[in-house]
Design a protein around this ligand. Structure first.
Ligand code: DLL
Length: 436
């Protein structure tokens, strides 16, 4: 028997009833921003659409999109729909270029965040008697405090270590008998590796579950974490622009992430034509927030690539599912005309027993063409066998990638521990192409 969800009413609501709820919230949200945010008023007026034109959920397609640059242009609080006196917290994402993206919250927004995250943690199997070590970064990043909000709501014991200082994390984990580890998947692997180095067997710890997110990771990486740490590896998805983690989460079935549909209206669009695609087809994920007050988002283009599925999950939840994010439209590499996501390469590397799951992709220009080199760490026993063995493994990987992806990729085996370890989001791509 599946366990009852945190919020059975909404997580198991029949689709028709949920649709009615969403429509009401959508009408309120578009009216809210139209009246309060000049940016949205202008954009809606230009598109010839008024809040009262929203008669069905499909009408969302008539609204203009919002993109990251709109947030940058209105930095820091130009898209805020409430006076500062009602804002109680501001988060921000570092972003790779330019100004950060800000995310203000009202007290009500924080309460909603706590609810969304409590669903996530509960679905992962975390209960009030658990001890949750939050090793996502605390600060402007939404990871640490977002999980904190949810864990407080759920009522488990919080150990707010934040990220970094790995040996100390491990000591605390052992001494406090931590049962749930919350961090990025790449940091979980960094911890596993550190533990192995220190001769510590994490499987003997009290850990039973981890909730990982904030960066793309494959099913193969999930398995690796589960096997190495001896826990169930569960997932969280979200982004600063929509309030951080808590947008979607996976359940015990581990087959797709349930979207908190009473808070977020999801669409998938073709990234080129920007037309909505039918359920089940791949495209860019677009969200409209339905209950946020400080900074609602209308049709925010996430750049994350996935598919949506409406199906009754074996866990009992009726919430729409999104598949694990395959990658982003903007970290998609095009090598010899083939679109490649780092996650595809990761899955293939994890099939090679001679290497560690530590890699970076280096993109360079060779003549007119982009060329990809994968630097991946050899296992110690392979590396110690010397250059001949290395060349043999490089050839093996290169042939494997060529067979699966159809393109030639240079493989460079590197010494164990050479690749910089992640304490937060892993940096997987080094782009050495000249800037246009
Ligand atoms: O990473 C929020 C978060 C914190 C999510 C903790 C989960 C756990 P940003 O820093 O704004 O927010 O980055 C958002 O990270 O558009 C995705 O590309 C990526 N991302 C987040 N979660 C996942 C995931 C947080 N589970 C961007 N799988 C998003 C794949 C993810 N990518």
């Amino acid at each position: 028997m599946p366990e009852t969800p945190w919020n059975k009413e909404f997580e198991c609501m029949p689709a028709e009833e949920l649709g009615k709820f969403q429509l009401k919230k959508l009408q309120e949200t578009v009216a809210w921003v139209y009246e309060r945010v000049p940016f949205y008023k202008k954009k809606f007026d230009e598109a010839g659409i008024k809040p009262q034109d929203v008669k069905s959920l499909e009408d969302i397609a008539k609204f203009p999109f919002t993109v990251k640059n709109d947030l940058r242009d209105n930095y820091p609080f130009g898209l805020c729909a409430v006076p500062m006196s009602e804002v109680v917290r501001v988060h921000a994402s570092s972003g790779t270029t330019g100004k950060p993206i800000t995310g203000p919250y009202t007290a009500g927004d924080l309460a909603c965040w706590g609810e969304c995250m409590a669903r996530n943690l509960w679905a992962a199997g975390i209960r009030p008697d658990d001890i949750a070590q939050i090793a996502y970064g605390y600060g402007l990043f939404t990871g640490g405090l977002g999980f904190h909000e949810g864990a407080s709501r759920l009522g488990c014991a919080i150990v707010p270590t934040s990220s970094g200082q790995t040996p100390r994390q491990l000591t605390i984990m052992q001494d406090f008998k931590t049962t749930a580890l919350l961090c990025t998947p790449s940091y979980a692997l960094t911890m596993a590796e550190k533990a192995e180095e220190m001769g510590i067997d994490l499987k003997k710890f009290s850990l039973k579950v981890g909730v990982f997110g904030a960066e793309p990771w494959t099913q193969a990486m999930r398995k690796e974490i589960q096997d190495r740490i001896g826990i169930r590896a569960m997932e969280a998805y979200g982004l600063t622009e929509l309030g951080g983690p808590g947008v979607a989460f996976d359940c015990e079935v581990q087959d797709g992430l349930h979207i908190n549909e009473d808070y977020y209206l999801a669409e998938v669009v073709d990234p080129e034509t920007l037309k909505p695609v039918p359920l089940g087809e791949e495209g860019e994920l677009v969200f409209t927030s339905l209950q946020r007050k400080a900074m609602p988002m209308i049709r925010y283009r996430t750049k994350d690539i996935t598919r949506l599925r409406r199906e009754k999950c074996a866990c009992g939840r009726t919430l729409l599912k999104m598949e694990k994010v395959y990658g982003r439209t903007d970290d998609m590499l095009i090598i010899s005309g083939v679109n490649i996501f780092p996650s595809q390469i990761e899955s293939l590397l994890l099939e090679i027993p001679e290497v560690e799951p530590q890699y970076v992709l280096v993109v360079r220009k060779k003549g007119y063409l982009d060329h990809l080199t994968v630097r991946v760490e050899a296992k110690r026993e392979i590396y110690d066998q010397g250059p001949e063995k290395e060349a043999e493994v490089e050839k093996k990987i290169s042939e494997h990638l060529k067979g699966m992806l159809g393109i030639s990729i240079t493989i460079k085996l590197v010494e164990p521990k050479l690749i910089e370890r992640s304490e937060g989001k892993a940096k997987r791509i080094i782009d050495e192409r000249p800037k246009a």
